[in-house]
Design a protein around this ligand. Structure first.
Ligand SMILES: [Zn+2]
Length: 136
């Protein structure tokens, strides 16, 4: 139960664009620019080489959900006189915008998910501590 709460908490922090581990703000320099490590807890967000492949998979899922959601919403709102000429451009536009602007947040959601199934290892905890203590 406590573990579920922790996962929900990490997901909530990621959705608010905060560090999934500690909830610290300011983990982005700009909208798209995630810092290398959390300024408060020292968590290195890219935990290993190729780490963001999982975020790309999550982002692909976001694109599919945005596409189907937009498509379904247009159908539900306009049925039976669906404006077919705008359905494709609109669904594609919404999907592209969701994928492009959602990607930074998706990266944090990936970190939250990954931390829930692959908790920090001892050396990662030590490295995080060293980062916030300013040690080499
Ligand atoms: Zn943190």
């Amino acid at each position: 139960m406590a573990e579920e709460t922790k996962v929900a908490s990490m997901i909530g922090r990621a959705l608010r664009r905060r560090c999934p581990r500690c909830g610290a703000p300011k983990v982005f320099r700009k909208w798209f620019d995630l810092v290398e490590s959390c300024p408060a807890c020292g968590l290195q967000f890219e935990r290993e080489q190729g780490y963001w492949v999982g975020a790309v998979a999550f982002n692909t899922a976001l694109g599919i959900v945005a596409f189907l959601g937009t498509f379904g919403l247009i159908l539900a709102l306009t049925w039976p006189e669906v404006p077919w000429s705008i359905v494709s451009p609109l669904t594609i536009a919404v999907s592209v915008l969701a994928v492009v602007f959602g990607y930074p947040t998706i990266k944090l959601l990936w970190v939250a998910y990954d931390l829930s199934v692959h908790p920090l290892e001892h050396h990662e905890i030590e490295n995080a501590r060293a980062r916030i203590d300013g040690l080499p």
